[in-house]
Design a protein around this ligand. Sequence first.
Ligand code: OOG
Ligand code: NI
Length: 454
Amino acid sequence: MHHDLVSPDHIRSLFAQAMSEMYRTEVPLYGTLMALVAKVNADTLAAQPALEAQLLRNDERARLDAERHGAIRVGTAEELSMLRRAFAVMGMSPVGYYDLSVAGVPVHSTAFRATSAAALAANPFRVFTSLLRMELIDDADLRAQAQAILARRDIFTAGARALVEQAERDGGLSEAHAHRFVAEVLETFRWHSQATVSHATYQALSQAHRLIADVVSFRGPHINHLTPRTLDIDAAQEEMLRLGIDAKAVIEGPPRRAVPILLRQTSFKALEEAVAFPDGDHRQAGTHTARFGEIEQRGLALTPKGRALYDQLLDAARDDGKGSTGSDYPMRLAQAFADFPDDLDTLRREGLGYFRYALTERGLAMPKSDRQELSPEALIEAGLASADPIVYEDFLPVSAAGIFQSNLGGTEQHAYAANASREAFEAALGAPVLDEFALYAQLEAESLESLHAG
Ligand code: OOG
Ligand code: NI
């Protein structure tokens, strides 16, 4: 009975596709963004054949058009751990721990994503998933009220729960059950224009933090954005402004460079949407802002050494209390990053990034015994091997906080005195989060082995 199970990669692709279709109907501006990114990517590839060759070599060309990440925020440990089980059916594991309380956002987060080279090539769909930190609500009565409201809701359909259990029991799903699973799990991510709390309760929650109102007031954790990947974010940003889209003032992350590193992101502001609040036998009209649009460019995954340098230089650029605001920020950022090497050979030789090694045609033609005598660097120098950037698959806490803030009105900047609480997060999740560096190191190690094998 198990011979007809489909792969988790297939289920993830179906889910990413269904999510994209749903979000396009919910937020038409998302369709505009996708068209814009498709055009910028086509123009960039036409102008840079070497970039296209690199993407082809690294199995990144095919995945590019479908590549997306989304984000949701949940309220309880049970919701988070059930999500972990649902994502596992799609081959997605929790990677990394992000503490956003330091930036005034009362959540901590992980990213669910594929981890192996083959799975990432098949579909790199990721979901940045945040858990509200109840203990950061000061007002004990409000905290108790929020907890009681969350305790009454189930963000999963009965069908989704049954199919997750079935997949866990049988080790997967058949094609027909995979389609059913995708339709059922999609319900968790759907937007609801009817709140579950009165307008007065919504306002009290909002007063504590707008994010708390967003998490607590609805039937489920609506997907709040879905982000396509562009190959030239500066061109995409210009195009957004040209189309009159209300884009964020600055691009988060590193400055523009010859060799893109980590992640650069821009977004358009959250839409103000009509919401009906229950009011006795009636409804009261109001609004809520949650959903926005985002575009990102991904680059080289950095090693701990490279990441430490990135964090240090970003800190220096932001270190006048203004964060990423102020019209001189792009200049401060570019100046700070003058100290970050910006060519592939230096980045590799100094161990700042992770690389994927492969034999060139000439390398493949050479007898294995000759090849085995040469180090990777010697093979590269002789044109027998290539070393391409391994793409960063994760997120950046400072950028994520900037994205959160720009969609919360940009005013609530006070940091919480809380500490990062990875253990509490993992207890809620019901599993440890994977270490992103270990995953990149493994991809690099596998590619190095291929130089001397076969
Ligand atoms: C998540 C924001 C983080 C990113 O790209 O850094 C994020 C949220 O607003 O829920 O998606
Ligand atoms: Ni995002």
